[in-house]
Design a binder for this molecule. Sequence first.
Ligand SMILES: *Cc1c(COP(=O)(O)O)cnc(C)c1O
Length: 385
Amino acid sequence: MIYLDNAATTRTVPEAVEAMLPYFTEYYGNAGSIYRLGSESRKAVIQAKETIAATLGAEPNEIYFTSGGTESDNWALKAVYEAYREKGKHIITSSIEHHAVLHSCEYLKRQGAEITYLDVDADGLISIEQLKRAIRPDTILISIMYANNEIGTIQPVREVGEIAAAHDILFHTDAVQVYGQFPVDVEQCHIDLLSASGHKFGGPKGAGFLYVSKKAKIRSFLHGGQQERGRRAGTENVPGIVGMEAAVKRAYDTADGKPAAGKLERVKMLRDYLISRIEQEIPGAKLNGHRTKRLPGNVNFSFEDVQGESALIMLDMKGICASSGSACTSGSLEPSHVLLAAGQPPELARGSLRMTLGEENTMEEMDTVVEALKEIVERIRVCRL
Ligand SMILES: *Cc1c(COP(=O)(O)O)cnc(C)c1O
């Protein structure tokens, strides 16, 4: 099997599995209990916050554990709207956000919020000029993803943060595709809220976090007990949190808390090799997303006269796991909202194929994939004639 869907989820790294096991069998106490067994769990949660905060340039009490990226995005948007509604009801986001953000915005719109969706250019980049023009006296939040999960385009997050800070507007970023891949500094980028998800970088599914700066006054999303200093009720997912922490340590494994450059360079090298072979050897292949401002592992192409779904099924028969559009929209033949926003015609957008690489992929696999794709694209096109 060749796994090329790391943007959908990743294999749990062995360090994470190993770190989690004792928290199922031995240290299973509730982190809220006062006896010693509970305090083992409590200590583990506090330690995980310290580890994660250090990678972001944040403080441990600014990290709130959640069930993943979807919950973090929902919480950030809905809680900011609730807490700052008096100040204003205007939110700025982009048209290519993950559905966890877009559908939360639609929900808030029904509650009275006014939403501005920034356009993107053909490479998937927002325009800083359009962002500046969109700001109103009643703007309370800018939510722009760090990097897109479908086409891999990395946004000018630092510039967005500087503009938000200059206007005293909160800045949330969905960093699910970035955190655990390369360094993120919340202070330097003026980020007030940041969403991350463990299973996108080698941690377990169902564990993520929301960074909330001390500056942002938001309320609880889940109501119940006093966990997470009263802001996120529910018994802590201690094994999940510990597993995510282990994946964080592996990702940011150097003395300065940054990922080893070699790891990123290797994935980038595989990415660029795959891109260049597809461009040279498959006619009618169009690269989606920005060529250089791009996630290290992201390859996304549209193929003329090819349905993405058909190509996926045929790739699967050859043991290759890839995706068309995002995982959440697969199964439907709707063209990706991201490609449509980038100005791609629906016929071409339906032929998109996303291959997201990780540390485990090899050069030989890239060669196998290119040969398989050449055959599949040709076969689909012949059938259409
Ligand atoms: C996967 C993903 C999410 C959702 O995260 P879950 O932990 O799966 O809920 C949100 N945003 C982006 C950009 C993603 O890639």
